[in-house]
Ligand binder design. Structure first.
Ligand code: GAL
Length: 437
């Protein structure tokens, strides 16, 4: 078991308690029509309408579509609607979901990140069904890593089914282009800045960036590189002060990084930022490994020859983790079909259909990696041996309130590069949004 991630989850629960107070004040939980256990006991053949909700639309869709096909083979009597709201990292989907949940109009099942995004939001406001009986029946306690289960659990239940494990500290490039430009793959932040300088002199954008959430992901990469995994985790536990000079250094390094990014970042999707690398307009892109899925599945590039990868500079030995999962909201109108969907999500066949296309690895420990790409094989190796830390942008480490408030801080910093203001703002948010115990 990887200790560091387990520790993240304990902090997550503490923070959840704080957030819960706010959430329950403003929301009224939908009635719990039926407990999962009861639905399983009834053992009805799943049929009728099933709406699943996610942000895996368009270019992000193929892995989910394959999973749905696999589901339909087993459950032909279910009429599945694949409801998606486009926008990387769920920037738009999460807002739509919130409205639906608050209006007691939930889908049967929805995509949610393991960690704070699930626990601090939907579980603390008492809106999810407890899936413990399903985990027991399916034998999932033995096949999902304990530290992943911890992230989707509280003392009172297990709240979602992980469908993948993604890594967010990956740097992508085209090997042939680096050769042409006379640079090699940098492994530290200093090396990266020196390489970036050489590329800039040749008129090449060193690092392609997209809209704000991708900047936040790059900030978390810089934070991991600057602080190292232990202090990075300490920051989310309220054990390292945001005013600490080490954290100030994170902002300084992030400011330096911004010097090497494209001017039109705020108008680009993450796919468009990846496209800049593929088209030879930029040398590197730092992005979670859904970028591998996009390059392999949509752009048909071959890992190693068509595109290369490395840890984001300064983060070797660390795996910045996130996992997508699906849960069942209370008030769901077709729990039999919803449970069938979760069975598919957690199954070996489902995971090994979905993940090779998605660029992620299976969340299960009994996966046969032979059907996975060279990239995914390397990610699986990293996951087994590296120090695991949680992603900020992708819902693992911080309560939603902090996430929402962090976005304008990053945007402000991107326009004024004022380290002191950013440090002071975050120190205040850490208090008000429940990061500090
Ligand atoms: C993440 C999600 C990934 C991928 C990415 C880009 O938050 O976990 O599966 O969809 O956003 O949209």
């Amino acid at each position: 078991m990887k200790k560091s991630l387990a520790v993240v989850s304990i902090a997550a629960m503490t923070m959840a308690a704080t957030f819960a107070q706010g959430a329950t004040e403003t929301t009224k939980a939908a009635p719990d029509k039926m407990a999962v256990e009861q639905v399983m006991l009834n053992d009805k053949t799943p049929m009728g309408d099933l709406e699943i909700f996610s942000w895996w639309a368009g270019d992000e869709g193929p892995a989910l579509e394959a999973l749905i096909k696999d589901f339909e083979k087993t459950y032909p009597e279910v009429n599945l609607t694949n409801a998606t709201v486009t926008g990387g990292s769920g920037v738009n989907a999460k807002a739509v979901l919130k409205t639906r949940m608050l209006n007691n109009d939930p889908p049967e099942s929805f995509q949610v990140h393991a960690g704070q995004e699930l626990i601090g939001t939907w579980v603390t406001s008492n809106r999810m069904l407890d899936l413990t009986p399903l985990f027991k029946e399916e034998g999932w306690m033995d096949v999902f890593p304990q530290d992943v289960v911890d992230l989707i659990s509280t003392d009172t239940g297990i709240w979602s089914v992980p469908v993948d494990v993604h890594k967010s500290n990956v740097m992508w490039y085209i090997p042939e282009n680096l050769k042409k430009w006379g640079v090699t793959v940098p492994t530290t932040l200093d090396e990266f800045f020196a390489t970036a300088q050489k590329l800039k002199a040749q008129g090449i954008t060193p690092l392609s960036m997209g809209q704000t959430w991708t900047a936040i992901e790059n900030w978390e990469n810089v934070a991991l590189a600057t602080l190292g995994p232990d202090d990075y985790t300490a920051l989310w536990h309220g054990e390292l002060a945001w005013t600490d000079p080490k954290v100030e250094m994170v902002w300084k390094n992030f400011g330096k990084l911004l010097e090497y990014t494209n001017k039109d970042a705020s108008s680009l999707s993450w796919q468009q930022a990846t496209d800049m690398v593929v088209a030879g307009q930029a040398a590197f892109n730092w992005m979670g490994d859904w970028a591998a899925g996009y390059m392999m599945t949509t752009l048909k590039l071959t890992p190693e020859t068509g595109f290369g990868w490395a840890n984001t500079p300064g983060t070797n030995g660390a795996f910045q983790f996130l996992a997508d999962s699906f849960g069942i909201p209370k008030g769901c109108s077709n729990p039999d079909a919803a449970i069938a969907w979760l069975k598919e999500c957690g199954s070996k066949s489902g995971q090994d259909t979905f993940n090779p296309l998605k660029g992620s690895i299976s969340a299960r420990t009994d996966t046969d990696l032979s059907g996975y790409s060279a990239y995914s094989k390397s990610a699986a190796k990293d996951f087994a041996q590296d120090k695991i830390v949680g992603s900020l942008q992708h819902g693992v480490v911080a309560p939603e309130a902090f996430m929402n408030d962090f976005s304008p801080v990053i945007e402000q910093f991107m326009s004024d590069r004022n380290t002191k203001t950013a440090v002071a703002a975050c120190a205040e948010l850490a208090e008000s949004d429940g990061l500090v115990k």
